[in-house]
Design a protein. Structure first.
Length: 138
């Protein structure tokens, strides 16, 4: 999918969120700002918050750098049911990616798009029936 404006909810994974926060992709930041301007709904898993904090801490950066972006998104919980659902995702998906995909599945493949810069996530999300979008390269 070359555009993601037609979906109900955009589910962002950490690969895109970090590129926006760290200023590594002007295209991803512009896409995010455009979605906010259009009033689109954005979501991610609380897992993304943890992953972001861990990267910021590892890089000796302020762990609050993600606060603004996360305040603009619905944060989906990580619970026992999500862990079980993630275990059912295909065999060639890393554990954290499976958790992100299971979170997106809670929204529903027919009403959301998975937004990621991870090629394997793009492929697997498309196989699960999601519209997919990479704002870094599209």
């Amino acid at each position: 999918m070359s555009s993601s404006e037609q979906v109900g909810i955009h589910y962002l994974d950490t690969s895109v969120i970090l590129r926006i926060i760290l200023g590594h992709s002007e295209a991803a930041a512009a896409w995010f700002d455009a979605r906010l301007h259009e009033g689109d709904r954005l979501a991610t898993s609380r897992l993304a918050v943890l992953e972001t904090v861990r990267v910021l801490r590892r890089e000796s950066l302020d762990t609050g750098l993600g606060d603004d972006i996360f305040s603009r998104m619905a944060l989906l919980p990580v619970d026992d049911a999500l862990l079980e659902d993630a275990g059912e995702i295909g065999p060639h998906v890393k554990s954290l990616d499976a958790l992100h995909l299971a979170s997106a599945l809670r929204i529903g493949a027919g009403s959301s798009a998975v937004v990621t810069h991870d090629v394997n996530m793009l492929r697997t999300a498309a196989q699960l029936g999601f519209d997919v979008y990479d704002p870094v390269t599209d």
